[in-house]
Design a binder for this molecule. Structure first.
Ligand SMILES: [Mg+2]
Length: 278
């Protein structure tokens, strides 16, 4: 009974579909020189996969991104992956890549690390400890220099793998890190007040962006959604937040968004529409 109630509530509370509400984005499309497009990678531009290295960006999405990058003030791909890895996957040198959930950026082929050097070296030293301690079937370590992720989507029993990972991390007694969970993954991040939200705010100010579209599907995107909401209320930007919907999308993300995309196909269609000349 309770389950049925929750399902109904999720449908009723869901924001309108982005493809049915494109008129709301007409102003962005009419002023690309003022607009920043911030797009999460996994689950937003590319389908979610069991192993991070299996990610596949659709060719048509890449074509749309290439054309948007030529016309819009900024096209930023923002992800928990390392910035160099995102750039390798998207393979478009004129875009901007924010990696490690806002700890680093690559723009115009220059990498900047926003995480202070002592924190960065502490995270690097942690790699070998994790390699030795987390060895479970179907579990993949993504060691990214500035932050780390442990993926268990491919484990025979993902629920059990999650428990064993969290127990192992507790036993390691890692100092000054934050453990956060995403979809079938556990993140280990430095205790630094940097996230996807701080990255968006920094780029908005540096690039003089006055209109923002952000699309994402997971808890770390909430950091960006909240910053965009605040900047909108302050009158600094016109912000549009799109939650990419899956059955396991965090309810908070839907609550903080104005529009909903049903998976990567909707996002691809949206990018195609934005890329068409107005
Ligand atoms: Mg994602």
């Amino acid at each position: 009974m309770l389950k049925r109630f929750l399902v109904v509530r999720a449908c009723v509370g869901s924001p309108p579909s982005v493809l049915d509400s494109r008129e709301a984005l007409r102003d962005l499309k009419a002023h690309p020189e003022e607009t920043g497009l911030f797009l999460d990678l996994d689950g937003t531009l590319a389908e979610l996969v069991d192993l991070p290295e299996a990610v596949d960006l659709p060719a048509r999405t890449r074509e749309h991104l290439a054309s948007l990058g030529d016309r819009y003030r900024a096209v930023v791909i923002i992800s928990g992956r390392a910035a160099a890895a995102i750039r390798g996957i998207v393979a478009l040198p004129h875009l901007t890549y924010v990696g490690n959930h806002g700890l680093e950026v690559i723009e115009s082929d220059q990498r900047k690390v926003w995480l202070p050097p002592p924190d960065a070296s502490r995270m690097r030293l942690m790699e070998e400890v994790l390699r030795q301690s987390i060895r479970l079937p179907g579990v993949a370590l993504e060691l990214k220099e500035l932050s780390h992720a442990i993926h268990y989507r491919g484990a025979p029993d993902p629920g059990e793998a999650r428990t064993r990972i969290l127990t192992a991390l507790e036993g390691l007694d890692l100092e000054r890190v934050t453990i956060r969970e995403g979809k079938f993954l556990v993140q280990i991040r430095p205790d630094a007040s940097l996230d996807k939200g701080t990255a968006v705010e920094r780029l908005v100010r540096e690039r003089g962006i006055s209109k923002v579209l952000y699309a994402g599907d997971d808890t770390t995107d909430l950091d960006a959604f909240r910053v965009i909401g605040r900047l909108g209320r302050e009158g600094a930007i016109e912000g549009h937040r799109i939650a990419v919907w899956y059955p396991d999308t965090p309810p908070d993300l839907l609550e903080e968004s104005e529009l909903r995309a049903n998976g990567v196909r909707d996002i691809q269609a949206l990018l195609g529409w934005l890329a068409e000349p107005d």
